[in-house]
Design a binder for this molecule. Structure first.
Ligand code: ZN
Ligand code: ZN
Length: 335
């Protein structure tokens, strides 16, 4: 039974692993509800091909991935620029930026895990194009690409899609990772994430899927049960510079991982998936290693990991499970 504190080198914080308490009584629901049969096209879905969105704009009759500007952007070119200066230590700035939506497929009832590898590869190319386009703009300092999947993370529309927030500030997690990675490179002359990969490959127990150029693993310092990272083995500061073969193997590795997650409890596995790419603030981030982080909110079927005192109150995670055990579960799942 694992009971210790583990250092999260990318966030520079401790994670308490208290897996010895797993036999505690609990009263969560265990019933697994499969996804109700969904149609391939839904006339009331704002993401399906040809449908008209609330803004009055009509989606193209698209066949593959489809990108459009978010109709309800949290950051946008229309955000007010004339702001009232706050008093004292407070600061504000205009919420300018670009928010977009990327549909993965015209099919309403598919998930990322269910797409063919070549379709995932096309999605990766769309992400590359978006990153290059948005990160090249002077007013943009960061491009956050993320997918919220499942009602457990508040998504009611099953149409497979992700969002892009291109902002004038760098999101906190990325800012931390970038600072830590540059410091590590300066100190040791090595890329931190390469040392993480080496440690994971040497240990082997937490690797879920692997090809020559891509790897999916549950990190030693995982904060969530079933938290997994997918990364190219070569260091790229963003997805933009991945070569064809790297894209293909990244796609197949991501699919392998997502299918295992779905098959684990035979349900569409909810998650928040985020691309961690270097800030686009004009600085060369040589120590930053692009990766995808997947944070599933469930500890068991239908049992949410509640963020409470340690996480919300204190800012550090308390994990009830050891990554080695959770990784072993995923490793043994049939594809
Ligand atoms: Zn749809
Ligand atoms: Zn990261």
């Amino acid at each position: 039974m694992t009971w210790e504190e583990r250092w999260h080198p990318l966030r520079e914080e401790w994670v308490i692993v208290a897996a010895h308490r797993q036999d505690r009584p609990w009263s969560g629901e265990t019933v697994v509800n499969g996804r109700p049969d969904l149609p391939g096209y839904a006339s009331d879905c704002y993401l399906c091909p040809g449908n008209v969105r609330v803004s009055g704009k009509q989606n193209d009759i698209y066949k593959g991935t489809y990108v459009f500007d978010n109709d309800h952007p949290c950051v946008g070119e229309d955000a007010p620029t004339q702001l009232i200066k706050p008093a004292g230590p407070y600061r504000n700035q205009s919420a300018r930026g670009i928010a977009r939506v990327v549909c993965y497929s015209p099919r309403h009832n598919l998930t990322l895990a269910e797409l063919e590898v070549f379709e995932i590869e096309n999605l990766l190319r769309a992400w590359q194009e978006q990153y290059v386009d948005l990160s090249g703009r002077p007013e943009i300092n960061h491009v956050l690409i993320f997918e919220n999947k499942g009602e457990a993370v508040g998504v009611s529309n099953p149409h497979p899609h992700c969002q892009i927030y291109a902002t004038n500030f760098v999101f906190k997690t990325i800012e931390t990772e970038a600072r830590v990675s540059e410091g590590y490179l300066a100190d040791k002359g090595r890329v931190l994430f390469q040392d993480i990969l080496k440690a994971e490959i040497d240990d082997g127990r937490r690797i879920i899927c692997e090809t020559d150029s891509a790897i999916a693993f549950m990190p030693y310092f995982a904060r969530y049960a079933y938290e997994v990272y997918v990364a190219p083995k070569q260091t790229h500061s963003s997805i933009a510079t991945l070569a064809e073969i790297e894209l293909r193997e990244f796609a197949s590795t991501l699919k392998c991982l997502l299918v295992k997650l779905d098959n684990l409890w035979r349900m569409p596995f909810p998650y928040v998936m985020t691309l961690h790419q270097s800030p686009a603030n004009g600085i060369d981030h040589k120590g930053f290693h692009f990766h995808v982080e997947i944070h599933p909110p469930l500890r068991r079927p239908n049992l949410l990991k509640y963020l409470a005192g340690p996480e919300i109150g204190g800012g550090n995670f308390l994990s009830d499970t050891a990554p080695e055990e959770k990784a072993a579960e995923l490793r043994s799942v049939e594809l």
